[in-house]
Design a protein around this ligand. Structure first.
Ligand SMILES: Nc1nc2c(c(=O)[nH]1)N[C@H]1C(S)=C(S)[C@@H](COP(=O)(O)O)O[C@H]1N2
Ligand SMILES: [Mo]
Length: 547
């Protein structure tokens, strides 16, 4: 090597040069990832949005996540848990893609291999979905191929540039012409080809992003669920319920409304992309231990006499005092009536609902058939179910948490036994019955509120779904219990709101506690238990400052 070559392009050159080169290599990795994800989205426009590689991997991650971590995620991120998961997957992808790019710059085949391997991982994830078919493998396979190819090509361009940079100054014949006195001239062609690499990289990223966005909007466009939902005409109930009396709600500012608006209704599920179901193609199987298996289309379901049910749905993952609970007027066909028509055979003790995306939810059959009103619901609050809440049909069975009763996007009902089948959450260690535990929540004053001394209004909501709430008591700073005033009782399947006056509140920090008694006479336990495995227990408490 000539002296010029060793020195060029300057003393701190080699290190800076290596850094720039690594950065460029990392960028080629990102370009390959963009190409891969873009290609995956394009193919997913045909095979369905939930088969796109990131979504498929995310869904597999949700199913594989240990229960403790899932609980932590729900507790920490609430309804944002999915956004956090997707963010994490994208960040990990970006890091790994950068590493793969750097690797590819040394060994193009190895770098390409990393993308191929991730393509296979995505393929496995897509096929591992409970409702997967073979075509679902396509997006990740194509993504892996696109990523590997792009990584390989870009790495070779990068290496070609390196060779130009390394060889040009040492070429004996060229050195005087190219080099002359100026090092800038040496750098000239090198910089130009670096630019070529960057242009190729940037171009690929742009094309990948375009393909991704295009693929997404294509699948949104292809999906007619929104229009189909708007077109659905839900008939009225055969015997409509009277409106709820206004006396169910104590008129206390800050207290949640008695009926939860659909927009405010909590959403909990494992679906990274919402299942899109065309009601014209939807049908529900009722099968298993029955004399006459049924297959019911959506039109047939709507021709059943529809019933209304005022009901408070709650989630087993709700912490004491938490937000995952809501009250709505459901409308749907009678679930017990359809089960009787199918003819349940003796010995069956579990009813397992399965959703279009493969979720399974099991309910004690005896409870479904004990005379309580239970629905195959098609509407809430007077409108067709929103897609997020199970359109076109979900089950609603009072008395149980959502995870053992309220299958959204329901397509199959299997009459079976507890011995024969463990549904999704039971396989993860959750209680197989999922009876709603008695709960009371202090809503007014808000936690850490500052309130003026004197008489302070306390109000909240209590529920013991299907048993009903008989009493709520409140105490201050561990003193004696004071009975709260219960608002009107609208039925055992509904929560009950309450209020009371704390007279003579004195300045300082105080703790308010509340406990409910259900209609069986059982007082809510003080023992604090976490949601896992059968629902949180313990009294809700709020700390306020009286000024
Ligand atoms: N298909 C499907 N149905 C599901 C779930 C789910 O993950 N997938 N989650 C269940 C749980 S845990 C609850 S609490 C309720 C929540 O219903 P919502 O989102 O309409 O409030 O849906 C239940 N039904
Ligand atoms: Mo839940």
């Amino acid at each position: 090597m000539s002296n010029d070559a060793a020195q060029s392009p300057g003393r701190r050159g080699p290190r800076l040069d290596r850094l720039v080169r690594a950065g460029t290599a990392a960028a080629t990795g990102w370009a390959a990832a963009a190409a891969a994800l873009g290609a995956g989205e394009l193919v997913a426009a045909v095979t369905g949005p939930d088969t796109a590689p990131v979504i498929a991997v995310g869904s597999a991650a949700i199913d594989l996540t240990p229960t403790a971590l899932k609980e932590y995620a729900v507790r920490t991120f609430g309804t944002d848990d999915k956004a956090v998961l997707l963010g994490g997957i994208h960040l990990t992808t970006a890091l790994l893609a950068a590493l793969a790019g750097v690797l590819a710059a040394r060994r193009p085949l190895l770098g390409a291999g990393v993308f191929a391997a991730f393509g296979l991982l995505g393929t496995w994830a897509a096929l591992a979905r409970p409702a997967a078919d073979t075509a679902d493998a396509a997006p990740a396979l194509v993504a892996g191929l696109a990523g590997a190819l792009t990584a390989h090509v870009l790495a070779r361009i990068l290496r070609a540039t390196d060779r130009t940079a390394a060889t040009r100054p040492t070429a004996p014949g060229e050195a005087p012409e190219q080099d002359g006195r100026s090092k800038d001239q040496t750098a000239g062609p090198v910089v130009t080809s670096r630019r070529a690499v960057l242009a190729a990289t940037g171009g690929t990223i742009a094309v990948g992003a375009l393909a991704g966005v295009g693929g997404r909007s294509l699948s949104d466009h292809r999906d007619g669920t929104g229009a189909a939902r708007t077109a659905v005409h839900i008939p009225p109930a055969a015997a409509p319920l009277p409106p709820l009396p206004t006396t169910v709600h104590p008129n206390v500012p800050g207290l949640s409304p008695f009926v939860t608006s659909t927009a405010d209704f909590y959403r909990v599920d494992t679906a990274l992309t919402l299942p899109r179901i065309d009601p014209r193609r939807w049908a529900l199987h009722i099968r298993g231990m029955v004399d006459r298996p049924l297959l019911i289309t959506f039109d047939e379901l709507l021709r059943e006499p529809l019933e209304e049910l005022d009901h408070t749905l709650s989630c087993v993952s709700n912490e004491v005092g938490g937000p995952y609970v809501g009250t709505t007027r459901w409308l749907g066909a009678s679930l017990p009536a359809l089960l009787l028509r199918a003819g349940v055979r003796p010995g069956a003790d579990q009813l397992v609902g399965r959703s279009q995306d493969g979720m399974t939810i099991g309910t004690p059959l005896e409870s479904v058939l004990d005379g309580r009103r239970a629905l195959l619901a098609v509407a809430m609050n007077g409108e067709a179910l929103p897609v997020a809440h199970g359109f076109p049909c979900r089950s609603v069975i009072p008395g149980f948490y959502g995870y053992t009763s309220a299958t959204k996007w329901l397509v199959d009902l299997n009459v079976t036994t507890f011995a024969a089948y463990d549904p999704y959450w039971v396989r993860r260690g959750w209680d197989r019955t999922g009876t709603v535990r008695t709960a009371s929540r202090i809503e007014v004053p808000a936690p850490f509120a500052r309130v003026p001394a004197g008489d302070v209004t306390i109000a909240g909501t209590a529920w013991a779904t299907h048993r009903g709430v008989a009493a709520v008591e409140v105490r201050i700073d561990g003193g004696s219990w004071q009975e709260a005033l219960l608002a009107a009782d609208a039925g055992a399947d509904l929560w009950r709101q309450w209020s009371c006056t704390w007279t003579g509140a004195t300045p300082g920090t105080h703790r308010i506690e509340a406990r409910a008694t259900d209609a069986t006479g059982s007082v809510q336990t003080a023992n604090r238990a976490a949601p896992y495995p059968a629902g949180a227990t313990g009294w809700h408490s709020t700390v306020v400052t009286v000024t």
